[in-house]
Design a protein around this ligand. Structure first.
Ligand SMILES: CC(C)(COP(=O)(O)OP(=O)(O)OC[C@H]1O[C@@H](n2cnc3c(N)ncnc32)[C@H](O)[C@@H]1OP(=O)(O)O)[C@@H](O)C(=O)NCCC(=O)NCCS
Length: 180
């Protein structure tokens, strides 16, 4: 798993990418995902579990990047969304809960994770959207996503965070009717 390069730094030389359907997620993986999410979102284990149970449907995906030890060091989920875009209903993918283990931050893993999900999205061939904190705009710009400058309503309320798309859109309004 670890190698030391010629400068004496630890290098990751083995990564495993796994897409897991929500309906196939076992308890071991669930607990690992929750442990990683808890590094970034300060909720109890039960609250994270409840969120996953309530907000991810059985045919939606967890994307896990693991070391060969099985430790998950980067994670996100992908859901199916109906987005009302300029009053027209369109099928989208929604990317959420993007996170990297704090021990591994700043090494390019976040960008790699987005590249991996870009490949997945490209195969499915749908537009994709993600919602994030405003201060992450630079990260998603670097990842090649496009900031959406129209208004986004999430569950009927104007969303005040950053909205990014995997394509450039000049639409005025998005309505998204679920969390992800
Ligand atoms: C955001 C996050 C996924 C980035 O992962 P990471 O592996 O540390 O990021 P990378 O090393 O791939 O960073 C790539 C580039 O983005 C920049 N970047 C990363 N996080 C950034 C941030 N919060 N603000 C501005 N730029 C950022 C890096 O400086 C780097 O730029 P460079 O290539 O010019 O040096 C990670 O910090 C994280 O898990 N954050 C907490 C969870 C979160 O808020 N997720 C978003 C929910 S949608």
């Amino acid at each position: 798993m670890w190698m030391v390069d010629k400068h004496g730094f630890n290098m990751i030389n083995n990564l495993i990418v796994r897409y897991i359907l929500q309906e196939e997620l076992d308890d071991v993986m669930l607990e690992k995902i929750i442990a990683l999410k808890q590094q970034h979102w300060n909720y109890t284990r039960d609250s994270h579990k409840q969120w996953i149970d309530e907000n991810l449907y059985k045919n939606e995906f967890h994307l896990c990047v693991e070391l060969s030890t099985g430790q998950i060091i980067a994670y996100l989920n992908v859901v199916n969304l109906e987005v009302f875009c300029n009053e027209k209903q369109t099928e989208f993918l929604g990317v959420g809960n993007v996170c990297v283990d704090k021990m591994f931050s700043g090494k390019g893993l976040g960008l790699l994770l987005i590249q991996i999900v870009d490949f997945f999205i490209r195969q499915i061939g749908k537009p994709a959207v993600l919602l994030c904190r405003k201060n992450l705009s630079e990260f998603y710009n670097k990842a090649g996503w496009h900031e959406f400058y129209g208004k986004t309503f999430l569950l009927g309320r104007l969303y005040s965070g950053g909205v990014f798309l995997n394509y450039n859109s000049d639409a005025a309004v998005f309505h998204i009717q679920r969390n992800f």
